[in-house]
Design a binder for this molecule. Structure first.
Ligand code: NAP
Ligand code: GLV
Length: 312
């Protein structure tokens, strides 16, 4: 079995080593040096435009990430036999727990007014602000998939009110579930801390826009950990400056790294992190992919399969 591997990580051999240990019989080549090999499987994250060139027998593509917007946009996967090759994305692989931590940190910062105290400190102000109990705070998660469900349930376990929104109807213990366009209105009206954990598709691009964000209660906080293009930055900035939104925690941006010229960098009520809310964990992701390949070789169906029509 031949595997062609690519990652944007500066140290690909460390990833290949884990994969090779889990699949001792496999021949694993790393792009670009091994690109001449005919591969049965591609294991990749943000592969370059010519990554699939000359490949004639790929049976499955393993996306080393949860989000599939990059891989689905790869031109080679729109043509010839690769148009029908199954794509499997990571299913959690240690990311859900990281997302839960990140959202909990953001929710606590908002609930305990730590950003406001930080501003007060800059101005030498000693002023107690009123308490807010956690059972009066609703954390609403856009996207109730692998990651969103885990985050929403984590917020519920912590004692927040948890709500979620998905495309189809879902039932999640402890989470007030909404779906579809109609459900979005009720969901937004009751959400204090809005978390975007949607895949980026034509339906979800720009969903964090003025129309939707104005439906949040006054002073709400926005956490974007989906993709940068979910957020209309100008709308967010306008609503922050108008005082409708209390703040934002942003981990993803249309252009990464976030350009130095972005107004977000210096905004006093915006916290920026460099796409780290959930890192792809080497061990967990390589072992998960190795297990999927073994199962596929035994004739089992691929799991965490991407629906190309749906876009996630
Ligand atoms: P997933 O399992 O595919 O879940 C996607 C969820 O979004 C599902 O609940 C789906 O609804 C919902 N959804 C999709 N389109 C919708 C629409 N038009 N309207 C309403 N709901 C819609 O994805 P996941 O594994 O949880 O990952 C979610 C996203 O997180 C990824 O796509 C990626 O962009 C992002 N991510 C970011 C980082 C980071 O470090 N910042 C790390 C990992 C992932 P249904 O349940 O009805 O299908
Ligand atoms: C990271 O952004 C991922 O989609 O896994």
């Amino acid at each position: 079995m031949n595997i062609l591997f690519y990652t944007i990580d500066p140290d690909p051999p460390r990833w290949v080593e884990v994969l090779q240990q889990a699949l001792p019989g496999a021949t694993i080549a790393t792009y670009p040096d091994g690109a001449g090999m005919q591969a049965d499987y591609a294991v990749c994250w943000k592969p370059p435009a010519d990554f699939f060139n000359g490949q004639q027998r790929i049976r499955a593509v393993f996306n080393v990430a949860a989000g599939v917007d990059f891989i689905l946009a790869h031109p080679a996967l729109q043509q010839g036999y690769l148009r029908d090759v199954p794509i499997s994305r990571l299913g959690d692989a240690g990311m859900a727990a990281q997302m839960e931590e990140y959202v909990l940190a953001a929710a606590l910062r908002w609930q305990r007014k730590l950003d406001t105290y930080a501003t007060q400190q800059c101005n030498g102000v000693w002023k107690m602000l009123g308490p807010k109990k956690r059972d009066r705070v609703t954390v609403g998660v856009l996207g109730l998939g692998v990651l969103g469900t885990h985050v929403a349930q984590g917020m519920h376990r912590f004692g927040y009110r948890a709500a979620g929104w998905s495309r189809s109807a879902r039932l999640v213990d402890g989470v007030d579930c909404h779906h579809g366009a109609q459900g979005l209105r009720d969901f937004l009206a009751g959400t204090d801390v809005l978390v975007c954990l949607l895949p980026l598709t034509e339906d979800t691009r720009g969903i964090l826009n003025r129309t939707n964000l104005t439906q949040l209660p006054q002073g709400a906080h926005v956490v974007n950990i989906g993709r940068g293009a979910h957020l209309v930055e100008a709308d967010l900035l306008a609503l922050l400056d108008a005082g409708h939104l209390g703040g934002a925690t942003l981990d993803v941006f249309p252009e990464e790294p976030l350009p130095a010229t972005s107004a977000l960098w210096a905004h006093p009520r915006v916290l920026i992190t460099p796409h780290v809310s959930a890192s792809t964990l080497r061990e967990e992701s390589m072992l998960q992919i190795a297990e999927k390949i073994r199962a596929f070789e035994r004739g089992a169906a691929l799991t965490d399969l991407v629906d190309r029509q749906r876009g996630y």
